[in-house]
Write a protein that binds this ligand. Structure first.
Ligand SMILES: NC(=O)c1ccc[n+]([C@@H]2O[C@H](COP(=O)([O-])OP(=O)(O)OC[C@H]3O[C@@H](n4cnc5c(N)ncnc54)[C@H](OP(=O)(O)O)[C@@H]3O)[C@@H](O)[C@H]2O)c1
Length: 336
């Protein structure tokens, strides 16, 4: 049995999901020969550290570790540096301007030769190639499936199953909030503002929805895909971004009458994010909060995957599969 000691930094929606999936899947993981031991969990208020593994039940359901759970005031950087661990799960909030606090956490972990698995886009948008180099120099692995399509397998599909193919392009729907709003506008004839309000009431859109509806989230994902899958050296500002705020009910109806939907489409290596016409019979014509991505290859034709791009358990599932991949497969995805 391989023991994997994990320091988790961030304990919000995804952090709770990760604790829950590790708890639920303990037997399945043992069948794979893996004993995942979460030795520490840190949020911005402090850390709970248990050398023999934190009982997820102690943490699940609490809003912050300050609610009588933390047994140390260690911050994320200290927890990563001082607690013996093999892998850091980094699930703090995304900031695509400077990448912090996640960027510092990842640099600290990788410098120490600790593997990093994350759903946090910010550090990868700001410094993907630097982080990859740091991982390589220190014999560590950096895995980030959850940053791009949530639970939808995309990076691992390209790196593992499609190995041998040249990837010619990836295009798709990478933001569930935008897709939900556009779907409701088309199906119900709602104006943009009303569909947005409905999404906010359902918790699908944030109170400040700019990050989603202006295409920023999708552009961050295109930056990560460009650098990781296409080996480019792209910054966020290299992406040409138009969001969905100017789409009208009339334009959606007009498109529908001609057999099309309007979707917010991100494309690499084109480096664009913009509303585009998608034929109703296209595999990208998915509704609601679903994401979908078509991968164009030289040998396998075009392959399309679809799935939920966000959610606590769903995102945690992608993190778990990255961890299992690190310890059960050969290092083909980190070739350079
Ligand atoms: N939610 C999703 O469905 C989803 C899907 C894909 C990717 N993501 C990404 O995954 C990451 C986590 O998302 P989330 O929804 O779980 O966010 P969240 O609910 O806001 O949780 C963030 C957690 O990070 C903690 N934190 C903040 N600053 C910290 C610091 N300096 N050191 C240590 N911990 C710190 C917060 O602690 P406090 O509560 O104490 O502030 C909180 O526990 C984000 O980068 C997000 O973009 C989320």
């Amino acid at each position: 049995m391989k023991e994997i000691r994990i320091s988790q930094v961030g304990c919000g929606i995804v952090g709770h999901g990760f604790l829950e999936v590790v708890r639920r899947k303990r037997d399945m993981l043992r069948d794979l020969g893996l004993d995942l031991k979460i030795v520490s969990v840190t949020d911005h208020t402090g850390t709970i550290y248990e050398k023999n593994g934190v009982d997820p039940k102690k943490v699940l359901g609490v809003k912050t570790l300050a609610e009588g759970v933390a047994n140390s005031d260690m911050k994320g950087l200290e927890a990563i540096e001082e607690i013996e661990s093999d892998l850091v799960v980094e699930v703090t909030p995304t900031n695509i301007d400077h990448g912090q606090p996640g960027l510092g956490h990842m640099e600290m972990a990788l410098t120490q030769g600790k593997n990093v698995v994350t759903s946090n886009k910010g550090p990868l948008v700001v410094a993907f190639n630097r982080l990859k180099d740091l991982a390589g120099e220190n014999g560590a692995r950096l895995k980030y499936e959850a940053t791009v399509g949530g639970t939808m397998p995309l990076i691992s599909l390209v790196e593992r199953n499609l190995v041998g193919n040249n990837i010619l392009g990836i295009k798709g729907i990478f933001n569930g909030t935008c897709n939900y709003i556009l779907t409701r506008m088309m199906e119900e004839g709602y104006p943009y503002g009303y569909a947005l309000m409905e999404a906010q009431e359902l918790g699908i859109a944030e109170a400040d929805p700019a990050y989603d509806v202006e295409g920023i989230d999708t552009a961050a994902k295109m930056t990560i895909l460009a650098n990781s899958v296409f080996g480019m050296n792209v910054k966020y500002d290299d992406i040409d971004v138009t969001g969905i705020t100017d789409i009208t009910t009339e334009s959606l109806a007009l498109a529908r009458d001609r057999g099309y939907l309007i979707k917010l489409i991100g494309e690499v290596p084109a480096l664009t994010v913009k509303p585009m016409l998608v034929p109703r019979r296209s595999p990208l014509a998915v509704g609601g909060t679903l994401n979908a991505a078509s991968i164009e290859t030289d040998l396998s034709g075009t392959i399309t995957v679809t799935g939920l791009g966000a959610g606590s358990i769903e995102t945690a599932s992608a993190i778990l599969s990255d961890i299992v991949n690190i310890y059960t497969t050969r290092n083909i995805d980190d070739r350079s």
